[in-house]
Design a protein around this ligand. Sequence first.
Ligand code: GSH
Length: 240
Amino acid sequence: MIDLHFVATPNGQKISIALEELELPYRVISYDIFEGDQHAPEFGRINPNHKLPAIVDQDPSFGGGPHAVFESGAILQYLAEKTGKLLPRDPRQRSVAIQWLTWQVAGLGPMGGQAAHFVRYAPERIEYAIERYTKELARLMQVLERRLGEAEYLAGDEYSIADIAVWPGRAAAGTMSIDLQQQYPNTWRWFSKIAERPAVIRGRDAEKAVPEKYLQKKAKLTPDQWSNMFGERMHKAVRL
Ligand SMILES: N[C@@H](CCC(=O)N[C@@H](CS)C(=O)NCC(=O)O)C(=O)O
């Protein structure tokens, strides 16, 4: 059994979708990040970075008792290695898959996150930051579009954890007024095909669907919620 510490956002859905694809038994432990659930000291023992998602594998294949994993990219790799699935066996293709996975967690994810912060969450409008991050997000989307114009999936002809890392970002694209169908047709073709996979449907249904409150084009947070997400309460959770 795997415990999935989860909030219904694209990062969380990467893992619920992977667990569904791999048919691993799991239970969802839901967090409300606006209310600061992620700052609980008990959660810090699972993820010292106090962010979602994280997992605890109660029965790791290397034995020795429960094993906690944080960072969505590391979790995807851990699950793929545990099962021998969703990563190509061929070393060249496997390397390509890891490159695109890393591109998402080190590039598209954080840059998209910064763009969303300045467009959707910042209490004041800062033109320089908005331009810097929305342009970088658009550049990364072009990189994705070009790749999906030359290959069926990110790693080549095999669906892999690289696709699972990128795919749930569709929900965030909407909040940033990105129209995939119109602006990025190759990405739209890839997105639509993956959307039909039964595991992908299961991995984002019911409590795993992104709620409206995380999808506002201009987020309205109370002072306490802002503090939990970006302010003193967030910093306090990791202070020595
Ligand atoms: N690099 C991390 C990012 C995790 C992350 O930022 N998670 C968000 C939800 S999508 C979170 O927990 N936010 C709450 C907070 O920052 O306090 C990963 O890929 O797992």
